[in-house]
Design a protein around this ligand. Sequence first.
Ligand SMILES: O=C(CO)[C@@H](O)[C@H](O)[C@H](O)[C@H](O)COP(=O)(O)O
Ligand SMILES: O=C[C@H](O)COP(=O)(O)O
Length: 949
Amino acid sequence: MNPVKELEKHGQAVWLDFLARGFIAKGDLKQLIETDGVKGVTSNPAIFEKAIGSSDEYDAPVGKALKRGDRTVAELFEKLAVEDIQNAADVLHPVYNRLKGQDGFVSLEVSPYLANDTKGTVAEARHLWKDVDRKNLMIKVPATPEGLPAIEQLIGEGISVNITLLFAQQVYREVAEAYLAGLEKYVAGGGDPSHVASVASFFVSRIDTMVDKQLDEKIARANDPSEKERLAALKGKVAIANAKLAYQDYKRLYAGPRWEKLAAKGAKPQRLLWASTGTKNKDYSDVLYVEELIGPNTINTVPPATLDAFRDHGKLRDSLEENVEEAKAVLEELARSGISLDAITEELVKDGVKQFADAADKLYGAVASKRATVLGNAVNRQQLGLGDGLGKAVTKATEEWRASARIRRLWQRDKSVWTGTDEDKWLGWLDSAAQADVADYADYANKVKGQNFSDAVVLGMGGSSLGPEVLSETYARKAGFPKLHVLDSTDPAQVRAMEQQIDIANTVFIVSSKSGGTTEPNAMKDYFYDRVAKAVGPSVRTGHRFIAVTDPGSSLEKAAKKLNYARIFHGEPSIGGRYSVLSPFGLVPAATAGIDVGSFIGHALTMIRSCGPDVPPHENPGVQLGLAMGLAGLEGRDKVTIFSSKKIADFGAWAEQLIAESTGKEGKGLIPIEGEPLNDHSVYGNDRFFIDIRTEGEADAVHDGMLSALEKAGHPVVRILMKSIEHLGQEFFRFEMATAVAGAVLGINPFDQPDVEAAKIKTRELTAAFEKTGALPPEQPVVSTAEADLYTDESNAAALRAAGANGDLGSWIKAHLSRSQAGDYVALLGYIERDKATIGALQKMRVAVLEKRHVATAAEFGPRFLHSTGQAYKGGPDSGVFLQITADDAKDLPVPGQKASFGVIKAAQARGDFDVLTERGRRALRVHLKGGLKKGLAALNAAISEALN
Ligand SMILES: O=C(CO)[C@@H](O)[C@H](O)[C@H](O)[C@H](O)COP(=O)(O)O
Ligand SMILES: O=C[C@H](O)COP(=O)(O)O
């Protein structure tokens, strides 16, 4: 006699609380059906976690699924789960048939992340029901307050439901009510209820575990031996008593006129299913929760070990209806002892949801890691060398992020991930790539190709220009498409240089401005419109060489319409400029240059999936990088130093604006250091966090040796290896996610830029004054030398004089540079033409400062940095020592339709910027070079060298 099989004689069905791919494939389930009379299977996130997470039997199926195209971790898991559930359902199908649909079911649970989301639960249940597509399926829904309405809704749609995480008798009555009401709706809508099945999974052993713990505490505290005995007698009794009383409710609920009406139509009662029936307390019988709960029309779903134990030594009797009065007494006694079963069951539901969510985190982590293994280098690799201290901090934060579901909340646009201000309104970048209209870009690109343009010039600033700049500098020119250029300057020489580089009559201009109101793109657009009109004639033809990328309703859109621009692409208002590269602000220039947007986006999506809401923080590359950057910043390693390899040399300029503008505010933040050549480890202070990014095949032994030396010296080093430049989009997203995460760690809003606005306002005031008076307000140098006029405010001047600044340039530079201390950075801010020679000149100066003063350095060009690092310089930590460099323009350039020329605008921008820096009490000195730029820079370089020696 097999006791398991004998259970059916007592009217109880045994289901198996277990599932795994090989177990079904090898015929083990079939065997149990045959030998033990098993009549169903239940699964839950913990079961799948065990199956998938701790075996390699899912590796091949994951590989197979990904061969047909990448998918999210959630989709991948779902595919595996659906296949397993279908296989189990098919093995159970003969049972289902033989018992005429009365049994033979397999259960699949909705995501535990949806336990408090009615709508989400209903949607997922419908979709799983459809995907599994088996009559003998039940969808598991938890008996949470939000789960209950979902149950009624689903039953009302004819979907069979297994209600899980059910602990309390009262909730059981509500579950039954939901079932009855759902059935009534279904019948009223013409449905045949005989196809609908449901079970109420009443959890057992967990109740004893929690009650016993409280009893033990009371026993330990009790003085009276008889009291101790009374309490001890309750141990291991409460769960069974609770279940027995629920069964009495079951009998009552499925009798009487309301039920009879449904039964007459073919409805089946919702059976009670005993779940959590593996014994947890070793002092109790290992078949306790089977032997004591045997009764008709019930199910016991048991884990394999309990099944084996019962088969071996289970004893059968109709126990469920024995001693019902005694069961009541047990619960009364418990209440008298001051232990609230209601409180315990309420706690158990919450705890159950958490346990399943924890299991799902592990499960998704395991699937994410299998996906990453299969994808290999299709996802750019990232290696974090963080050292002990930072490494531990990141591990701790990773767990905190997991436990508080932060990555899911981030994707759900929950502003409480940050400061709770308005961050939820700025998260459009999360799905801008997925929403890109690839076909439209392809069509547009074809049209561009058809026009045989020689050049394409993006006119924009910061977020609207730096992404396109990376594209233009990374990708070789595509055959048949124009060469892509970017202009982001008001420097007259630079504007002129761009004009000279292109064939003006054969160029398409992309005017890019999210707001439409930014000074620089407006001046540039007016200038080039005028130049094109002069070159090609009538205005309609002129307009046709212009394209606008701007947010809907902006002033740029209006102007573009008026001037018959060839096309207006709308930006998405919920994406800030610096997060906009995977939206039209990056994709329109990409398509114009003949970059295959479909493939570019395709690669990016792989990283986006890797950083998805379903990828727990530990496996999530964007979260890992962000936690490391943010926590390093909190430890004082706030100089995020980026080394970009030759092939992707410009990437750092984009990352710099993203990190600086997002995090540098309220006196906090990260200061990106970009373009500073890798040096000997001895020149770096302990304020650094290094990121090295390169493509495969760019190995450089010397560089690697120096990086390893940095790591050995205790600096955190992150290494990112891109498969090829085609995978650039992945880095755009990784860094966006990392920056958003770092912002959360730093406790700031990473989506505003209050201090950029401050400089813009100052500049506007100055240009308005110019428009009125024809001159910028006069200013007085603090000293005038043969090489330069020096400007600063009183307090900086006093400090510099006290540090030895006198009548010559060298003394001022020396005094100024000597203000930089460990943890500071020196930023050279040149409002001069940006070209190879000037970049080289500033680089030389910064390297000298780095090597002599061992502080981080930046070499920036105005006005472009105003839309980038300018935010952090003014709003971030007060650790900057700023040397602004200006010079007279050899030749100015008028802006059509306004008094202020490019030279005047640039001068106003430099002054506006400087004023805000000094107003904020920053250490700043402005050097206005004399005698031509080349000579002036040489003199400044000499002064810096002298000052440093
Ligand atoms: O809910 C059902 C069946 O409907 C079960 O799969 C249920 O989740 C399991 O029995 C329990 O999670 C197992 O709990 P436990 O033995 O870990 O306490
Ligand atoms: O980073 C953004 C720049 O400030 C430019 O803004 P915009 O796109 O509104 O012109």
